[in-house]
Unconditional design. Structure first.
Length: 656
C-alpha cells in the first residue's frame, strides 16, 4: 500500500512537471516565474505608487485603460469611442456630441494604438492620442484630467489602422488608411478596385499649446493597404514611414491574393516637404464631410462641427516627397529606432526581419538607385536602402520596440515569443516565450528618442489556461518582463480590458504632478450651471423643463419638485458644488432611458428624463459620498399631461 502510494505520487509529480512545462509556467532552476525576488519586483506595497503609467488600448471595447507598472493594477478605464454608463460618457447631454460622425451617432469603435505627445523627441505626458479603426477617428485624451477632450473623424479613410503616431514635437498625429477605397466615395464595381481605389495618409496638426487638432492635408496614395507607421526622429525627423501590404491591389480572398508579391513596401513620406508645398498654396481642396468634436473644460460641454472640405495632395505633384522601399513580405510593424537611423519592417510571411537605413535611403535617392516605380512613385532598389537583416529570429514577426541600450525587441505571433536583438549587428541576444501568441509590445517611451528600458509589456492574443476560466470568453492578457539585465525575465501576468493592441507608457512623475484634483466652480461656464443653492430653479418652456440643480454633502437642491407632466422632456442640469478632492456625487432617476451622472467637484452634467407615468418618482445619489449618502434623495411629482399642477420646487420645506 505504501509503495503503491509512493509510485502514484511519483507519477503525479512527473505529470505535474510535464503539464506545467507544457503550460509554459516555466520550470527549472533559473525559472523567472518561480524565483522569489520576482514577486518583490512587481510588489507595490499598499499606499505606495507605481513607477510607470501604462495606457493600454481596449481594442474592441473602444476605450483606453490606465495601469500602473510594475504592479499591473488597473486604475481607470477612460471612455473614448464607446459609451460608458459608469462615467455617463456618451449618455449625458454634454458628451454625446463627442461620438458624432458623418454617419451619425456612432457609440463604439475599435481602438488600437495609443501614443503620448512628445517635445524634442521625448515623451512629455500632456496628451495621449488613440485611433478608432472602424469609423475612422483620432481621439485626444488630456492627461491632466484623463478625459477624452477631442475626436476628429478622418474622411477618405477606412479601417484607420496605421494610426495614431506622433512626430517628435507633436507637430502631427498621423492616421493612415488600412483599406483603400474610392476617393471620393462613389458607387462602382468592386472588381474595378485596381488602379481606381486609393489610400489616404492623413496629417493632423496639433496646436502646441492647447492641443487642438486640425487636418492639414491628406496624401492620396496608390490603392495598397497601409498597415502601420512610425515617425522618423533625430536625423530622420521630417519623414514618416508606413508599411503596406496588398500591393497586389486585390479585393477578394486576401489571405491568398494579397500574399503573392515577394515584397511589399515601406512608404517613406517627407512630410516637411509636403508641408512646405501646402503652405505655398499646393494641394486640392476636396468636398467631403467629417465631424470634429471638441470638449471644452470650462463649459463642461462638447460641440460637434461638421467640416465640409479637406486638402488633398497627389504625391506626384511634390517630387522628392514619397518613395517606396521594397520590404519582404506583407510587413506589419514599421518601427523606427531611437536614433532615427533604422526602420524595421516586420514581414509577417518572411523568414528574416528587414531593417532599412535612413542614411542609405537618402543616398539611394541621391543616386537615383531606383527599381522602377509604382503609379509614378519611385521604388528604391532593395539592396540600396537595406541596413541588414535579423536572420531567422522567429516566426510571424509583428512589432518592434527599443530600449535605451541599443537593443531591439520584436514580437513573434506564431512562435509566441519576444526576441531581443542588437541594433547594428543584428544578432539575436535572447528570447522569452509569451503566453500566448503575442501581438504588440511596449517599452515606456518606446516611440521616442528616449525609451525607459526597464520593462517590456507583451500584449497577447490568446490567454487559454493562464487564469481561472470565465466561460468561453476568457480574459485578455498582458505580461510584464524585466529587461534591465542581459536576459529578459518574466515577472507578471495581468488581465486587460478588451483586446490590448498597442500601449503607451511613461514615468509616473511626468503625469502625477499635473493631475487635476477638481474643477474650479468659479470658472464653470456651463450655460445651465447653478453655482449656489440660491441659483437653483426649475424653468418650463412649453413641454421642455430645465432643472438647475446642485449637490453638496448630503442633499440635492431642490429635492422636491412638482408640476412635471407626462410627456415632458425634463433636463436635469446638476452642478456639484463641492470644492474638495475626491468628492463626486451621482444622480439617477427612475425610468430614465440613460445612465446615471457622475459629477466631479465643480462640474455640471445633464441627463434627460421623459416621464411616461403619473406618480411621485424618486431620484438618488449613486456615489457613496458621506455617512449620509443614503439620505441623499428626492422626489418628482408627475401629473397628467393636461393637469394644472403648478410648477414648484423646494428644499427643506413642504410644498403645500
Ligand atoms: S496591429 S490588428 Cu496594432 Cu499588430 Cu492592429
Ligand atoms: Cu452624494 Cu452620495
Amino acid at each position: 500500500m505504501k509503495n503503491l502510494l509512493k509510485s502514484t505520487l511519483a507519477t503525479v509529480a512527473v505529470l505535474v512537471a510535464f503539464t506545467s512545462c507544457n503550460n509554459g509556467a516555466k520550470s527549472g532552476k533559473n525559472s523567472g516565474a518561480l524565483a522569489n525576488n520576482v514577486a518583490e519586483k512587481v510588489y507595490v506595497a499598499p499606499g505606495e505608487h507605481d513607477e510607470f503609467y501604462a495606457f493600454i488600448s481596449g481594442g474592441f471595447s473602444g476605450q483606453l485603460s490606465v495601469y500602473g507598472l510594475p504592479s499591473g493594477r488597473l486604475f481607470k478605464v477612460i471612455p473614448v469611442f464607446s459609451q460608458d454608463a459608469e462615467k455617463a460618457y456618451g449618455y449625458n447631454e454634454e458628451t454625446k456630441p463627442m461620438l458624432n460622425t458623418s454617419h451619425g451617432f456612432v457609440p463604439w469603435d475599435d481602438a488600437h494604438h495609443p501614443d503620448i505627445s512628445q517635445t524634442n523627441g521625448v515623451i512629455d505626458g500632456r496628451w495621449v492620442f488613440i485611433n478608432g479603426n472602424n469609423t475612422p477617428r483620432i481621439a485626444k485624451i488630456d492627461l491632466s484630467t484623463f478625459e477624452t477632450t477631442e475626436i476628429i473623424e478622418i474622411p477618405n479613410s477606412a479601417g484607420n489602422h496605421s494610426s495614431s503616431f506622433v512626430t517628435e514635437n507633436t507637430e502631427y498625429v498621423v492616421a493612415g488608411t488600412r483599406f483603400s477605397v474610392p476617393i471620393p466615395q462613389k458607387d462602382m464595381p468592386i472588381k474595378d478596385y485596381k488602379g481606381n481605389f486609393k489610400g489616404s495618409l492623413t496629417f493632423i496638426t496639433v496646436d502646441p499649446e492647447h492641443g487642438n487638432m486640425d487636418i492639414k492635408f491628406q496624401l492620396i496614395m496608390p490603392g495598397f493597404d497601409y498597415d502601420l507607421s512610425h515617425p522618423g526622429r533625430g536625423k530622420s525627423h521630417g519623414w514618416f514611414f508606413f508599411s503596406t501590404y496588398n500591393t497586389e491591389e486585390a479585393s477578394t480572398l486576401m489571405e491568398v491574393n494579397a500574399s503573392q508579391n515577394d515584397k511589399d513596401f515601406i512608404a517613406a513620406v517627407n512630410w516637411k516637404k509636403i508641408e512646405e508645398y501646402v503652405n505655398n498654396g499646393g494641394g486640392t481642396m476636396m468636398p467631403t464631410n467629417y465631424a470634429h468634436n471638441v470638449y471644452d473644460e470650462n463649459t463642461h460641454m462638447a460641440t460637434s462641427t461638421m467640416k465640409k472640405e479637406v486638402l488633398t495632395v497627389n504625391p506626384l505633384d511634390v517630387p522628392g516627397a514619397v518613395y517606396l522601399m521594397p520590404t519582404p513580405k506583407s510587413p506589419h510593424g514599421c518601427d523606427v529606432d531611437p536614433t532615427g537611423e533604422y526602420i524595421v519592417g516586420s514581414g509577417k510571411l518572411s523568414a528574416n526581419l528587414t531593417v532599412h537605413s535612413f542614411t542609405k535611403m537618402l543616398a539611394a535617392i541621391e543616386n537615383e538607385s531606383f527599381a522602377g516605380d509604382a503609379y509614378g512613385i519611385p521604388i528604391i532598389e532593395f539592396e540600396a536602402s537595406l541596413a541588414g537583416v535579423v536572420e531567422q529570429p522567429g516566426l510571424g514577426p509583428l512589432h518592434t520596440e527599443f530600449d535605451d541600450k541599443g537593443n531591439a525587441y520584436t514580437t513573434f505571433f506564431i512562435s509566441s515569443e519576444v526576441v531581443k536583438w542588437k541594433v547594428g549587428t543584428w544578432e539575436v541576444l535572447d528570447r522569452q516565450p509569451c503566453y500566448y501568441s503575442v501581438g504588440h509590445l511596449m517599452i515606456p517611451g518606446g516611440n521616442s528618442q528616449k525609451p525607459f528600458g526597464k520593462y517590456v509589456v507583451a500584449m497577447n492574443k490568446i490567454t487559454k489556461d493562464r487564469y481561472l476560466p470565465t466561460g468561453p470568453e476568457v480574459t485578455q492578457s498582458a505580461q510584464l518582463y524585466d529587461i534591465s539585465g542581459d536576459k529578459m525575465e518574466l515577472l507578471l501576468d495581468f488581465p486587460t480590458v478588451g483586446e490590448p493592441h498597442y500601449a503607451a507608457g511613461c514615468p509616473a512623475d511626468l503625469i502625477k504632478p499635473r493631475s487635476k484634483k477638481l474643477f474650479d466652480l468659479e470658472n464653470n461656464n456651463h450655460p445651465y450651471a447653478a453655482k449656489s443653492e440660491a441659483d437653483t430653479k426649475v424653468v418650463r418652456d412649453g413641454k421642455t423643463v430645465h432643472i438647475y440643480m446642485t449637490t453638496i454633502r448630503s442633499h440635492f437642491a431642490p429635492d422636491n419638485i412638482e408640476g412635471i407632466k407626462v410627456g415632458d422632456k425634463v433636463y436635469f442640469h446638476v452642478t456639484n458644488l463641492e470644492q474638495d478632492y475626491d468628492v463626486p456625487h451621482g444622480i439617477s432617476m427612475i425610468g430614465a432611458n440613460t445612465s446615471e451622472l457622475l459629477i466631479m467637484p465643480g462640474q455640471t452634467e445633464t441627463f434627460l428624463w421623459e416621464p411616461k407615468q403619473e406618480g411621485v418618482w424618486p431620484f438618488y445619489c449613486t456615489d457613496f459620498c458621506s455617512a449620509l449618502h443614503q439620505e441623499m434623495q428626492g422626489y418628482v411629482r408627475v401629473s397628467a399631461a393636461n393637469a394644472n399642477t403648478p410648477l414648484k420646487w423646494s428644499l427643506g420645506e413642504d410644498i403645500e
